[in-house]
Design a protein around this ligand. Structure first.
Ligand SMILES: NC(=O)C1=CN([C@@H]2O[C@H](COP(=O)(O)OP(=O)(O)OC[C@H]3O[C@@H](n4cnc5c(N)ncnc54)[C@H](O)[C@@H]3O)[C@@H](O)[C@H]2O)[C@H](O)CC1
Ligand SMILES: [K+]
Length: 487
């Protein structure tokens, strides 16, 4: 994997189980648990006092260390003169050594969250292991339905830190303070909508590479692979992309993919399209070359001659010639991106595709294409993408507001997507962009990661009126800022 080693440590996502092990490893290394808890409480209090005015505050404390964080925050706020009350899930919890807090404990029945109140959620964090029920469920449901402002410690209680699924109920936190590294659940499933703004605090836990369950996609991981072209380079040295487009009106999708490949930094792009629409296509391109598609040889001859990468799918249609061309190119093991039609072509016989795929292939399904190709799968989006990548023997980029990328290395979660991307053709642009990075020599997972992030970054800040054809120039400017200038 050619991701930057130091960046892997900084941007790893740690599962709750691995987090508990990292806590224990740090304690075994000589740091007392109470010290970790105090550091966590100090970080929470810092965020709290910078984000909220002094107001009636209730701290819900669970039976474990998440609750211990809450008790420690209560002490710090009481010291600062905050109007704090504490509700204990385990009302027999021994607080004889925390008399200041003990005096603020109120029965859970009095908990009535409302607007103008701050509730600190310290019921459960990384240790949540089953559905909320009974008293815990009642407290969290009341909080979830209220207008109170919630600050969650580590995770909103009820949110699964591994999958982002909700176990019974979970509050809509205004903000969440978590420790050491983000957890997959902060970014997957209901995580983004329930965590609010996530603050990451360093409490002195040593990062070890095998703590990582996944990576949080970030330019630090692959920016060094976006090599600027050398001054004396010529176009084919910078990689060639072959984009196969469909006949007539469907050609638009293929043209978008070709245009996106053209702004990726690849040296040259050839858009293959049936003779009937070649003239029309040629009129809509400048830098992209147009050539007639007569059948599989049109593609294999071109890829033998030019190398690089291919992008199949956007607008290629379901014709036999296109399918044969795709299978012929897969035989050559040239890097390929398969999207849209290239995926739906095989939904009746996925095995026919899987047996031809190779590790230099990137599949870019949305959820619908995914389930039609891989069937219904259990587990989080991340777990499903990993299973699919194994089954297909290729990189799977499963699109959505949170996009996941799975191959044979650590999977990645890409979280900078925005609603603006939910526009026709955006997927075609992504497929072409990834093909452009493959053509420049990036490995499949790295090309998919860079493509997903840059594609989303180009759309960020755009309104709901964003059209896919506006994306390539936006991508070019994102790339300009990311790629170190040539000396
Ligand atoms: N581990 C450390 O040294 C530090 C942890 N920090 C904070 O502590 C939590 C993790 O603490 P842990 O005790 O492992 O689990 P929780 O406090 O999240 O859960 C408490 C306890 O509750 C039980 N439980 C689990 N699910 C349920 C449920 N649905 N209903 C009832 N009870 C449930 C289970 O037995 C759990 O053990 C971490 O998030 C941090 O906030 C410190 O920050 C630093 C040191
Ligand atoms: K919590």
């Amino acid at each position: 994997m050619a991701f930057d080693e130091a960046a892997i440590r900084r941007h790893m996502l740690v599962t709750p189980g691995a987090m508990a092990a990292a806590d224990e490893r740090t304690i075994a290394g000589g740091t007392e648990r109470a010290v970790l808890i105090r550091r966590a409480a100090r970080a929470i209090t810092r965020v709290l006092r910078s984000r909220y005015a002094k107001q009636p505050t209730v701290i819900l404390c669970g039976p474990g260390h998440n609750g211990a964080d809450g008790i420690s925050v209560a002490e710090m706020l009481i010291e600062a003169g905050w109007p704090v009350e504490v509700v204990l899930l385990d009302e027999n919890q021994d607080l004889s050594d925390r008399l200041g807090v003990l005096s603020r404990v109120r029965p859970s029945g009095t908990f009535s969250p409302r607007a103008g109140m701050l509730v600190i959620d310290a019921l459960f964090g990384a240790g949540l292991s089953r559905l909320l029920e009974g008293e815990a469920l009642m407290l969290i449901e009341r909080l979830e339905l209220s207008q109170a402002t919630c600050l969650a410690i580590d995770l909103p209680s009820g949110l699964d830190g591994q999958t982002g699924e909700i176990r019974g109920a979970a509050p809509y936190a205004d903000a969440t303070v978590t420790f050491h590294r983000l957890k997959p659940g902060h970014l997957l499933g209901h995580g983004p909508e329930r965590c609010g703004k996530v603050f990451l605090a360093d409490i002195g836990i040593e990062a070890e590479e095998d703590d990582a369950g996944a990576l949080h996609n970030h330019p630090d991981l692959w920016r060094h692979l976006l090599r600027p072209s050398k001054r004396d380079t010529h176009k084919y040295e910078k990689g060639h992309v072959t984009a196969l487009g469909g006949p007539g009106l469907k050609g638009g999708a293929g043209r978008l993919a070709a245009r996106a490949a053209a702004v990726s930094g690849a040296g040259a792009v050839t858009y293959l399209t049936p003779l009937s629409s070649a003239e029309f296509a040629a009129a809509s391109f400048d830098a992209v070359m147009v050539a007639p598609f007569h059948g599989p040889d049109s593609v294999t001859d071109l890829t033998y001659k030019r190398g690089g990468a291919c992008v199949f799918g956007p607008g290629m249609g379901h014709g036999d010639a296109a399918k044969e061309a795709l299978l012929a190119v897969l035989e050559t093991e040239i890097p390929c991106v398969l999207d849209a039609d290239a995926l739906t072509l095989f939904e009746k016989k996925p095995g026919e595709l899987f047996e031809k795929l190779h590790p230099n292939c990137v599949l870019t399904p949305h959820e619908g294409e995914f389930s039609r190709l891989f069937g219904e799968m259990e587990g989080s989006k991340l777990e499903r993408a990993c299973k699919a990548a194994k089954k297909a023997g290729a990189v799977v980029l499963l699109k959505g507001s949170t996009t996941v990328i799975a191959g044979d290395g650590l999977p990645l979660v890409n979280s900078n997507g925005s609603a603006a991307l939910a526009t026709a053709g955006a997927g075609d642009v992504l497929a072409g962009l990834i093909a452009g990075f493959l053509a420049q020599g990036m490995a499949a997972a790295e090309a998919a990661a860079a493509g997903a992030y840059i594609h989303a970054d180009a759309a960020s800040g755009q309104g709901p009126g964003l059209e896919a054809e506006a994306l390539p120039p936006l991508i070019a400017s994102v790339l300009k800022n990311l790629v170190a200038p040539t000396h």
